[in-house]
Every structure is written in C-alpha cells, then in structure tokens.
Design a protein around this ligand. Sequence first.
Ligand code: AMP
Ligand code: GLC
Length: 453
Amino acid sequence: MTWDALYASAFERVKARIRNVGGVLLAYNTNIDAIHYLESGDLEERIRKAGVDEVLKYSEELPERIKSVPQLLGSILWSVKRGKAAELFIESCPVRFYMKRWGWNELRMGGQVGIMANLLGGVYGVPVIAHVPQISRLQASLFKEGPIYVPKVVDGDVKLVHPKEFGGEEESCLHYIYEFPRGFKVLDFEAPRENRFIGAADDYNTTLFIRDEFRENFEEIASRGKLAIISGLQALTEENYSEPFETIRANLDVLGEKNIPAHLEFAFTPDETVRKAILDLLPKFWSVGLNEVELASVMEVMGEKELAEKLLANDPVDPLAVTEAMLKLAERTGVKRVHFHTYGYYLALTSYKGEFVRDALLFAALAAAAKAKLGDVPSIAEVVNAMDVPVNERAKPVEEALVREYGMAKGIAEVDGYQLAFIPTKIVARPKSTVGIGDTISSSAFVGEFALR
Ligand code: AMP
Ligand code: GLC
C-alpha cells in the first residue's frame, strides 16, 4: 500500500469511531491569541523609533521577560532571524498597551487546552471538559459549539456548562502572536522558515493559575473522563512552580486511581529546574508529546548533551538520534508512549504493538495540514480535503534510514522491545499561520489512537 492509501484508510476509520472514545479532560492553559501578521515596513519603522542598537541587543540574546518596547521588538527579531518560535511573558503594562495599540489581524482561540477543546469537541464531536483560568466574554465567544464543558459550581453542586453559558465577566488573557512567513525580510535579516514570536500579556496561564472549582472538585470532574491531556507547565519558573506542581501531582494521582490515561503535551520550557521537575513527573503519565527542540531540551537535563546536539544538527532531524532519545526517555520515565513530531515526519515509540498507532499518526497529519492551510480546522470536511496536500518527499531518506537500521516495514518496526511507528507528513507549502499545529497533531493522534483500539 502507498502512503496515500494508508492515509485514506486511516482517516475513514478514525472518523467513524472517534466520537466513541468518551470524555476527554483538558487542563490547564486557555487564552486568547491575537494574531498579528508582521509587515516589514511597519516593523522597521517601529525598530528605528525605539532605537536600532538597543533593539538589536535582544535579537542576539532573548531577555528573560519583556519590560520594554526595545525588548519586545528585539525578541521578535530573534525569532525572525532564526525562523524559530519563542514565547516570553510581558511584564510591563505600558508594553502591553503598546501591543494592544499595534493591533492584530484576527483573534483566535489559544492555549493548548483551548485549541484542543475546539478541535476535539467542536470539530470531532468528542465531549471535553476544559480548564479555562479566566472566562471573559471574549474568551467564551471563541469556543466552538459542541460538547465543550467547563465546571461551574451552582449551590454547592458542580455543573458542566458550555463556556458561553458560564456567564463569566473575568479577565481576557491575551497572547500576541507575531507571525512571519519564510523569506520575511527586516533590516538585514531574512527568516529561513515561517514561525512566530509570542508575547504573553497574561498573569494567569503564565503562573498556572488553577480555578477553585476545578481543584476542589477534581475527583468528580475526573470521573466524567476516559482520557486526559495536560499542558501549560512551560512558563513556570524556579520561583513559582512548587505550588501548581503540588496540585498537578494530586490531580495525576486521581487520574491514576481512576485508570485514566494522561498525555503530557510538552512545550518549550526555558527554566531548567522546571524542566527537571517535569521529567520527574513523567512517570505519572501514560504518554508524552514533543518536537525536536523540546526533546533536545529534555535530553540536556538528562545529561545527554551530545545527543541533544545531534537532534538539532540536521534538517530533516536524524531519525536514529530521535529514536535513541525516545528510548532513553521511555526507559527513564516508564511512559508507555512517546510521540515525536517534526517538520516532515512523526514517530511514536510505544510499549504496546499494533498498526493503530501509525494510523492515528496519519489522521493527525491530515488535521495538521488542514490547520496549516487555514489557520483553523473548521470542520472534518476540511481534514479530508487535506488529502490533496502531497506527502512530503523530504521524509524519503528518513524512511530509508529506518528501514535500513530497524527493518521497518509499512511504517512499523520493533526496537529494543518497543514498537516504533513512523509516518511521512503532508506539508503545506504556504501555511496561513504556524501557531497551534503541534496541539492539533498531538491531540488528534492521542485521541485517535484510543478511537482505534
Ligand atoms: P510545534 O512546534 O510543537 O507547534 O509543532 C509544529 C509542528 O507542526 C511541526 O513539528 C510540524 O510537524 C507541523 N508543521 C509545521 N509547519 C507545517 C506545515 N506548513 N504543514 C504541515 N505541518 C506543519
Ligand atoms: C502556547 C501559547 C498560546 C498558543 C499555544 C499554541 O500555549 O501560550 O498562546 O496558542 O502555545 O500551541
């Protein structure tokens, strides 16, 4: 069978069964993404106004957090120059006001939880219970219709209501997403790849604020779920991570007692102490999802510096180095599933076997292509339309290396007692935007796998 035929058959099977997986619990980060497509002339004028030399300093090395306009513009340049994503907390109110006035092209659902809730609940029809730290009217309006619920305590009882029915007048947590296409030019810089810089003007998600309704009633909320996806730990720091980690640990214990498999959606976590703490928390998870930068950052805190460098040395990323790193991660933490995604291909290392693991990855790649093409996945029809996007040719040598090294056939191999599943993805040549594709991939693959079991 060709990859196209495998794609078509996987899509039909997941689509037919995905509604039957039962409730999915999503915690903890939801926000509003204000998407700003950068314009070169406008950005250059702003850089000159703020002082070129001052701005350029930060394009060399990112500040820890943003306290001034030159830091904001310099951090955007840092991303453009490297074609890399970055996200920083906006501490200063005047900078927040500057960003608000600079404006945006569209407002979209943001945060791993928000994006996954709209995809799973709003598009796939899978019931989800989401943690939304602040429910403003704007935040609520960005939720799609469908079986999407947030807990609301009414007369001491927990009720599950759609966010639009919550009636929240809370704060809006805005993340400004500065998107640029491949080849975007500003001053002497040219972006080698499309990507984005995120400025988080948000005091809730950045400190992993957990609502009382959620924390105090977690047992009851969890009993409505069959699966869980956890995310949003990335912005924590050595100073503030202990308290939220206590709650997360307690929540994971409840999920464990109830036999609810939990997936951790890893995101780039700059603070090393927090990254180590996440690594120590991983044994409580069933599954983890990450990209090459995130996998390399985990290898670093595991003392595997050389391997970390190998993961970032080639494009496409060397699949043998990735497999070695995934094995190390699985062995160290005992997670049953490690899902790796990069530009061009995905791998899943599992302690169990079956073609359904690969087929769920194929389904996820179609959803990712739809998200890249349109910026949002409006309906399941758009996921099937992504069949027209060609399978990425650059993944050919990756596949050949896996066939040579592990005797892989039809995307499946056995490595050190684990199953390794591989797929070449579909790559949209000129994506509308890049933010949230990773969340689309990971949630579709994790939930899709359970649909096929
Ligand atoms: P993350 O960096 O975790 O948000 O994930 C981004 C992922 O999106 C990459 O690993 C790719 O697999 C996928 N991706 C990025 N750009 C495209 C594109 N143009 N078409 C399809 N998938 C893409
Ligand atoms: C991070 C950002 C959020 C964005 C999401 C996409 O959580 O804070 O703004 O929507 O990543 O993956």
